[in-house]
Design a protein around this ligand. Structure first.
Ligand SMILES: Nc1ncnc2c1ncn2[C@@H]1O[C@H](COP(=O)(O)OP(=O)(O)OP(=O)(O)O)[C@@H](O)[C@H]1O
Ligand SMILES: O=P(O)(O)OC[C@@]1(O)O[C@H](CO)[C@@H](O)[C@@H]1O
Length: 314
C-alpha cells in the first residue's frame, strides 16, 4: 500500500482562456474541476497504475466535501481530518500559446491539534504501508520543520518504510536532514534551496552529494527536457518524446506516483525511471490534474530515452 499525505489539498479549477488578456474579461473554453493537491494527485496516479493507496490530509467546507466525493468515485480510500475552514481552490489558466498560469491560494490554517491527529494517522498507517508519500506546500502557520519531524517519527517507528517527499523551499531544505528515501524537486526548486539558479550539471553534482549524505534517490525533473535520477548506482538522464501538451499540471506528481509503484514492485532502476517518465507523458496528454493510465504508460515506455550520465562512487 502507498499512503499519501496532503496537508494542504486543493480543488483545482483548470480553465482554457485562448487569449488570456490581463485586466480584461476573459471567456473560457472549458473548465476541469479536480480533487487535487500533490499527495492526492499521487494517490490518483497510484490507483490508475493498479496499486492500493490511502489518501490522508485535512479538508474543510464544500471543497472538502467535493474532494471526498470525487475520491470515492475514483475508488480511492481516504481518511481525512476535517477543519472548519474551506479547502483552498487553485486556479490554473491555460492559453493558446501553451502558457500555464497558476494561481494557488495559501490554504487554510490547520490548528495544532489537527496537525497532531494527522501525524498520528500517518504513524498508524505505517503498519500497512511500504511507502509513505508526503507532498505539497504546508498550510499557513504550519511549522516549516513539519516534514522533517514527521520523517524522523516515521523512521523511529519503522526504519523499513520508505518516505518519498515532494516539497519545496524551507520545508524541503529542513527535511533533507531527516533523509527521506526519495526527493523530487524540479530544477528551479532545487536551485531555490541552494540560493541560485542551477545548470543541469550543477544539479547532478548536488544530487550526488545528497545521495552520499544518505538520500537513496534524488529525482530532479526538468520539464520538457525530462529528468535526472541519481542513486548510489550513478546518474541516469531520461529524455521524453516531443508531444503536444494538453496540461502539465500534476506531471511531477505523476512521476512520484509511478516511482512509488515501480519501487513497490521491485523494478530495476532504469525501468523504474522509464516507467515514471512514461507516466508523466501519459499525464500531460490529459487535462487539468488528471493522471495518466497504465495502458497509456505502456504505450510510451519505448519512447523514453535513458542515458547513463556517470557512475557515482560511494
Ligand atoms: N512540455 C513537456 N514535454 C514533455 N514532457 C514534459 C513536459 N513538461 C513536463 N514533462 C514531463 O513531466 C515531468 C515532470 O514535469 P515538471 O518538471 O514540470 O514537474 P513539476 O515542476 O514538479 O510539475 P508540477 O508541480 O506541475 O507537478 C518531466 O520530468 C517530464 O518527463
Ligand atoms: O501549492 P502547492 O501545495 O505547492 O501545490 C498545489 C498544486 O499546484 O500542486 C498540484 C500540481 O502538482 C496541483 O494539483 C495543486 O493545485
Amino acid at each position: 500500500m502507498i499512503t499519501t499525505l496532503t496537508i494542504n489539498p486543493a480543488v483545482d479549477y483548470t480553465v482554457k482562456a485562448p487569449e488570456l488578456r490581463l485586466g480584461k474579461v476573459n471567456r473560457v473554453e472549458f473548465v476541469n474541476k479536480a480533487a487535487a493537491g500533490k499527495g492526492i494527485n499521487v494517490s490518483k496516479g497510484v490507483k490508475n497504475l493498479g496499486e492500493e493507496t490511502m489518501a490522508l490530509g485535512c479538508i474543510g467546507g464544500d471543497s472538502g466535501q467535493f474532494i471526498v466525493g470525487r475520491l470515492k468515485e475514483l475508488e480511492i480510500s481516504s481518511d481525512f481530518t476535517w477543519i472548519q475552514d474551506d479547502t483552498r481552490i487553485n486556479m490554473k489558466v491555460i492559453d493558446d500559446l501553451g502558457h500555464e498560469t497558476k494561481i494557488n491560494q495559501l490554504g487554510s490554517e490547520v490548528p495544532k491539534e489537527v496537525l497532531d491527529v494527522i501525524e498520528e494517522k500517518v504513524i498508524a498507517a505505517i503498519g500497512e504501508s511500504e511507502i509513505i508519500v508526503l507532498a505539497g506546500s504546508l498550510p499557513p502557520d504550519c511549522p516549516e520543520d513539519f516534514y522533517q519531524k514527521l520523517i524522523k517519527k516515521i523512521k523511529e517507528e519503522n526504519n523499513n518504510v520508505k518516505v518519498f517527499l515532494d516539497a519545496s523551499q524551507a520545508p524541503l531544505k529542513l527535511a533533507l536532514e531527516a533523509k527521506p528515501s526519495l526527493i523530487k524537486p524540479n530544477l528551479r526548486e532545487l536551485g531555490e534551496i541552494y540560493g541560485k539558479e542551477l545548470s543541469v550539471e550543477e544539479a547532478v553534482g548536488i544530487s550526488k552529494t545528497l545521495v552520499e549524505d544518505g538520500i537513496e534517490m534524488v529525482l530532479v525533473s526538468l520539464g520538457a527536457e525530462g529528468a535526472i535520477l541519481t542513486t548510489k548506482e550513478g546518474t541516469l538522464k531520461a529524455t521524453p518524446p516531443e508531444v503536444e501538451v494538453v496540461s502539465t499540471i500534476g506531471a511531477g506528481d505523476s512521476v512520484v506516483a509511478a516511482m512509488a509503484v515501480a519501487y513497490l514492485n521491485d523494478y530495476k532502476l532504469e525501468e523504474m525511471f522509464r516507467f515514471a517518465i512514461a507516466m508523466s507523458i501519459a499525464t500531460i496528454l490529459r487535462p487539468g490534474a488528471e493522471m495518466g493510465r497504465l495502458e497509456e504508460v505502456n504505450q510510451y515506455l519505448g519512447e523514453i530515452k535513458i542515458d547513463k550520465l556517470e557512475l557515482l562512487e560511494c
